[in-house]
Design a protein around this ligand. Structure first.
Ligand code: GLN
Length: 510
């Protein structure tokens, strides 16, 4: 394997800056790796070799001409296929959007293009980002590079698998209930869900708008911070966008890692003065022993790095999962109404009978949407109906408020709170995809959902292996304190070591 492929985005950026390498060389290495291994992994739904090389050439020429460039200029990136890219296929892994080419770029894509990162392709996901394994993709699942018989998590399993398989150093994901963090956990990569509103949702194909958030996928905490800095910022096209200035996340990473400052000495207690809360409700029943062992080992190491710990309790978390699986489908039923066979994407006319708006809609949706998506639209439509609204949707909104209050109380006791990211390591294909029991899949999201319901930032960092499979460590911080989250994440990474070093994907024959 080309040695460029195991380098972090920050390392590649430094080499580019020093003139040791060109973006064309890096981009070509990435494209060659994708060509060699993606047949196994199936992380990509679309590869744009020509587009990526064109950007790489332009960045190299600009550097040659002495132009001022973004620090990540020339470093390749992959994009989850529910983020729209002008003129390039965007499917959300659904047949209903197969062949559709968006007429505009998402705000995050505009920022990535302006910064000069070659976009190498679009990554696989559960259809419309509903799922925890990529098994709901209409185009077949992605595979976990640590064990190809296992799921890479979901919905953003494609982005996580691509980064874990050294196909690309950076990717974008979206996280509505954990779709960046849970794939991060099970593939041994880093994934962050920023504070709600800090990254524009304009151009993210809407699933559940009050929960959706775009965020970074990477192999190191520093890379995730650099990418999140790049995509953050106010956007007038998103009415929920925050006006906050972009925080210095990479500075926080350097602090948390205890990197030598101006005085030159490494800080052995970078977390001194900080209190870390362990959430009682996010361990115990349902969590695998190996996952809990790795979690507690990392907590012990964070104490060695200076942190104090405290037990916190969030009793409402027991109801967070059921509340999410009512609020989320309710918003889905509204957002997905736009896929009607009239405006864009698939259009199927009925085989017999009159061709009316209703019969075309019915035939299009029957043919174009998968089981899970239909299940959620039906459930969501039901919970918003007059007779069911108060009992289900209204009650779920109350739970959402209780979750927010419990978190406020927890953050009064602790600066950040931590938990395992997912209750289990990567499971085998088919283990939880029985249509008769959708709950088995939903239970994977128990630890990740509270952060979405409350709009707070949360990140998953690899904490080690259990039976040879990666385990994720989750850090949650109060809203707008993403920098604090990254500081602790950097310390956790220092404590646990960089898991990617041990990945079997390093030794694959190409
Ligand atoms: N697994 C969750 C769901 O299916 C989360 C999805 C997501 O974050 N996009 O809804």
């Amino acid at each position: 394997m080309n040695s460029l492929l195991t380098k972090s985005a920050a390392e590649l950026a430094a080499m580019l800056h020093a003139g040791e390498i060109t973006s064309v060389e890096i981009t070509q290495a990435v494209l060659d790796r994708i060509a060699a291994v993606d047949e196994k992994v199936h992380a990509f739904l679309y590869v744009d070799a020509e587009g990526a090389l064109e950007t790489a050439r332009a960045v190299d020429a600009a550097r040659e001409a002495g132009e001022d460039l973004h620090p990540l200029a020339g470093v390749p990136i992959a994009i989850k296929d529910n983020i729209v890219t002008r003129g390039k296929p965007t499917t959300a892994a659904s047949k209903i959007l197969e062949g559709w080419k968006p007429p505009y770029d998402a705000t995050v894509i505009k920022k990535i293009k302006a910064a000069g990162l070659p976009i190498v392709g679009k990554t696989n996901l559960d259809e419309f980002a509903m799922g925890s394994s990529t098994e709901n993709s209409a185009f077949g699942p992605s595979r976990n590079p640590w064990d190809l018989d296992r799921i890479p998590g979901g919905s953003g399993g494609g982005s996580a698998a691509a980064v874990a398989a050294f196909e690309v150093p950076l990717a974008l994901g979206s996280d509505t209930g954990g779709s960046i963090r849970q794939p991060g956990a099970v593939t041994g990569t880093v994934g962050a869900k920023p504070t709600y509103g800090s990254v524009s949702r304009f151009g993210l194909i809407a699933m559940a708008s009050s929960l959706d958030q775009i965020g970074p996928v990477a192999r190191t905490v520093e890379d995730a911070a650099l990418l999140q800095e790049l995509i953050s910022g106010h956007d007038p096209h998103d009415s929920t966008s925050l006006a906050d200035p972009v925080a210095d996340l990479s500075g926080a990473v350097a602090e948390g890692a205890g990197e030598p400052g101006a005085e030159g000495a490494t800080n052995d207690k970078p977390l001194s003065g900080l209190t870390i809360g362990l959430v009682k409700e996010l361990e115990g029943e349902g969590y695998q022993e190996g996952v809990l062992a790795s979690f507690h080992e990392t907590v012990e190491k964070l104490k060695e790095l200076g942190a104090a710990t405290v037990d916190v309790s969030c009793p409402s978390f027991e109801y967070a999962l059921p509340a999410y699986y009512l609020i989320q489908p309710a918003e889905v039923s509204s957002n997905l109404a736009r896929f009607d066979g009239m405006r864009y994407g698939l259009r199927v006319e009925p085989e017999e009978g009159p061709v009316t708006a209703e019969t075309v809609m019915r035939a299009t949706r029957a043919a174009g949407l998968g089981h899970e998506v239909k299940r959620r639209i039906i459930l969501g439509t039901h919970v918003l109906s007059a007779g069911a609204f108060d009992a289900f949707y209204g009650a779920s909104l109350k739970v959402r408020t209780l979750v927010q209050r419990d978190l406020e109380k927890a953050f009064a006791q602790a600066d950040v709170i931590v938990s395992p990211t997912a209750p289990e390591v990567a499971f085998k294909f088919g283990a939880k995809s029985d249509d008769a029991d959708p709950l088995a899949m939903y239970l994977n999201d128990a630890s990740t959902i509270p952060a979405n319901l409350a709009g707070i930032p949360a990140i998953s960092v690899p904490s080690g292996l259990s039976d040879g499979l990666p385990v994720g460590f989750q850090i949650m911080a109060p809203a707008r304190q993403d920098a604090l989250m990254y500081k602790v994440a950097a310390a956790a990474e220092r404590a646990a070591g960089k898991l990617a070093e041990e990945s079997p994907a390093k030794d694959w024959e190409e």
